[in-house]
Design a protein around this ligand. Structure first.
Ligand code: GTP
Ligand code: MG
Length: 193
């Protein structure tokens, strides 16, 4: 699948600004600052297509990026404590608007930080994906920050969480490209069938 010819298409800050769902969509979800935008950039081999920041809450809109065969959808991160109550409500409405819109979701890439246990918000999100019967896999990012021993320990930990539920997880790094080919393969299978 062509991951190179990509362009920014639209940003939606409110549900009524959402683009029509006329193409399969690959959706990137995860808590604030986990590395969603970095992963999208890596996938499409671009440095700054999606805005990356060391400050959490960088992506405040749902951003759509167009590839020939599908759309990549960068969701605003959840779980950032310093966001105002108003902003949290806007976020919840926007996400609800997106997922209630009967969209052609080919795959949700749920991103976790490989160094840490998933948060309560992460588990809520995963349970939501299961309840809605949405196709998804987990990407455990920032694996470059783990040494060999830590990597093996975290891999076992995530396997203990997910294997029995048949949930696939992919250790990954936007820094080194570890896991990138596997992820591309999964996306291609989901989009092209
Ligand atoms: P929001 O838009 O705020 O929800 O954040 P995000 O999930 O889009 O995260 P973003 O891609 O902006 O990355 C957040 C920070 O983590 C940045 O400083 C990135 O450089 C860093 N980062 C992302 N992925 C990796 C990775 O695989 N390894 C390392 N070492 N750092 C990473
Ligand atoms: Mg982002």
């Amino acid at each position: 699948m062509n991951f190179q010819s990509v362009e920014f298409e639209a940003a939606a800050g409110r549900a009524d600004q959402l683009k029509k769902s006329d193409l399969p969509e690959v959706v990137f979800a995860g808590k604030s600052n986990v590395g969603k935008s970095s992963l999208i950039n890596k996938l499409v081999s671009r440095k700054a297509l999606a805005r990356v920041s060391a400050t959490p809450g960088k992506t405040a809109t749902i951003n759509f990026f167009r590839l020939p065969a599908c759309r990549l959808v960068d969701l605003p991160g959840y779980g950032y404590a310093k966001v105002s109550q108003n902003e949290k409500q806007r976020w919840a409405k926007l996400m609800q608007g997106y997922f209630d819109d009967d969209r052609r979701i080919a795959l949700v890439v749920q991103i976790l930080d490989m160094r840490h246990e998933p948060t309560a918000d992460d588990f809520d999100m995963i349970n939501f994906l299961i309840e809605r019967e949405l196709p998804f896999l987990v990407v455990c990012t920032k694996c470059d920050k783990l040494n060999k021993t830590q990597f093996a320990a975290q891999e076992n930990y995530f396997a203990s969480l997910f294997d029995e539920h048949g949930i696939e997880f992919i250790p990954y790094s936007s820094q080194t490209g570890f896991g990138l080919e596997t992820l591309k393969q999964r996306i291609e299978n989901a989009v092209l069938g």
